[in-house]
Design a protein around this ligand. Structure first.
Ligand SMILES: Cc1cc2nc3c(=O)[nH]c(=O)nc-3n(C[C@H](O)[C@H](O)[C@H](O)COP(=O)(O)OP(=O)(O)OC[C@H]3O[C@@H](n4cnc5c(N)ncnc54)[C@H](O)[C@@H]3O)c2cc1C
Length: 445
């Protein structure tokens, strides 16, 4: 019997495996997808287009129901490394207001106590060390530095966006992925775990998709199959196969932005500035510039929290679906309204002429309009599920998972990933995912 099996080799699975490796534990990582190299997609000109799910053969939707939230738009990158090889490296801590709703013990572990650095500070230090000692908020381009100064002059608490990236020259960069440090022999590819079953003799059996081979048995399991995948595996373990659909909550981020095509030049490396957190829209404001044809594209976007009282519902039964009830849709509209107010104020302070429409406008539609009217800002929306920030469902100290990240119903089974987040706030999830991976392993017996 294996000592520890980690299911999934994405951001959470490889961060957990890194900790297990450091502690000298016996473990293997089971990954549904193949090994396709460990380079971040932005590191190579030939693979940068994979950021677009439509062009990525590894893209595997969570659900395939067109026209529904989280329909074919959002999903895994089913390969070793998962989405850790696609993320943009934006590393924000969850803001205090949201963290206040976390279990006190976990909050203390993240923030530290009595001068002891917490897991956030330790994770940031590790990311800084990985990037060669550069601060996460170090300006990476001259434009970035100039934008931060300009926005600070307009009253925004602006800093270069904290990112765990290394610049590689010629506009290329890579974001941190824990997969790069893992020994290959620890990762078994093509192993999709379809179910986890308790063994009468102790430990667990992992049922593999290909079915025919013998099940793998392990004493400890860490579920790292992404938020939706973890919910499905936990549901199967706790409720068995023949069951009524069960409900889990899920939250994501909602974004609304403004595009302007400008004259001028920009280097090949994009520039990104974090212009602070806006309380009314519960959003972070990020302003970016990148080369666009013979000019520059400015994208000022607000990314905010899907309010917990307006969470989506994951229904797990024979087939998984994700539903947004009408009150949730109304609450999301309210967030979008506030985000538009934030962008209106941004346009006012920066002296931009902006076209605001209340109805939903996709990024591509807004870009076409912005290209047709250079100098005018055009607003766009990102639908729920589009941002790959799905979280919650199995929150720490919730119905299924205890405060240490272990399944209440199944001793020896731990969970890692954004699914553990009790209150997401506006921050991108991965800094918290990396910090919580350490937390969960620290609490394993
Ligand atoms: C283009 C892009 C940009 C992003 N930018 C940022 C950013 O700047 N900042 C930020 O914080 N976040 C960002 N994210 C989000 C971040 O990447 C995700 O939140 C994070 O990767 C989720 O980690 P995870 O381990 O839960 O899932 P994943 O990284 O998706 O890993 C899940 C892994 O499990 C495997 N798997 C699933 N089911 C099974 C099974 N049953 N058996 C075996 N294996 C299985 C999958 O194949 C996959 O490899 C971005 C995402 C994308 C796509």
């Amino acid at each position: 019997m294996l000592d520890t099996a980690v299911i999934g080799s994405g951001m959470a699975g490889t961060a957990v495996a890194t900790e297990l490796e450091r502690l000298g534990r016996e473990y293997i990582v089971l990954e549904a997808g193949p090994h396709q190299g460990r380079a971040h997609i932005a590191a190579d000109e030939g693979s940068a287009h994979l950021a677009d799910p439509a062009q990525d053969p590894a893209f595997t939707p969570f659900l395939a129901q067109p026209g529904t939230p989280y329909g074919p738009l959002s999903g895994y990158r089913r390969r070793v490394g998962g989405r850790s090889l696609y993320w943009r490296g934006i590393c924000l801590r969850i803001e205090d207001d949201a963290l206040r709703e976390w279990p006190a013990e976990v909050r203390r572990a993240l923030l530290g106590t009595d001068g002891e650095p917490g897991l956030y500070a330790r994770t940031e230090a590790a990311l800084r060390a990985w990037s060669g000692g550069t601060r996460l908020t170090q300006a990476r381009t001259e434009t970035e530095e100039a934008m931060a100064k300009e926005l600070a002059g307009l009253g925004y608490p602006a800093v270069p966006t904290p990112r765990a990236i290394r610049t590689l020259g010629q506009g290329r960069w890579e974001a941190y992925s824990p997969v790069t440090g893992l020994p290959s022999e620890r990762i078994r590819t093509g192993h999709r775990v379809s179910a986890v079953r308790k063994r009468a003799e102790g430990g667990y059996s992992l049922i593999l998709d290909d079915g025919d081979g013998p099940a793998l048995d392990a004493r400890h399991i860490v579920l790292c199959a992404g938020t939706v995948g973890n919910i499905e595996l936990v549901d199967g373990l706790v409720h068995g196969q023949h069951r009524e659909p069960r409900r889990y909550s899920l939250v994501d981020h909602v974004a609304c932005g403004m595009l302007v095509v400008e004259d001028g030049r920009h280097g090949a490396m994009e520039s990104s500035v974090h212009a602070g957190f806006d309380a009314p829209s519960r959003s972070n404001l990020i302003v970016e510039r990148q080369r666009h044809g013979s000019g520059v594209l400015m994208d000022a976007w607000a990314m905010g929290e899907q309010p917990p009282e307006a969470a989506s519902t994951v229904l797990v039964g024979d087939r998984t679906s994700i539903v947004l009830e009408p009150p949730a849709l109304a609450a999301l509209d309210e967030v979008r309204r506030e985000q538009r107010n934030l962008l209106r104020e941004f346009a006012r302070r920066t002296g931009l002429k902006a076209r605001f429409r209340e109805e939903y406008v996709s990024f591509d539609e807004a870009l076409a309009q912005a290209e047709a009217q250079p100098g005018t800002a055009v607003v766009y929306d990102a639908t729920i599920g589009e941002l790959d920030h799905e979280s919650g469902g199995l929150p720490l100290d919730g119905e299924h998972v205890d405060v240490a990240g272990h399944l209440r119903e199944a001793p020896g089974v731990a969970v890692a990933g954004p699914c553990l987040i009790p209150r997401a706030g506006a921050a991108n999830p991965s800094l918290t995912t990396l910090a919580l991976a350490r937390y969960v392993v620290q609490h394993m017996s």
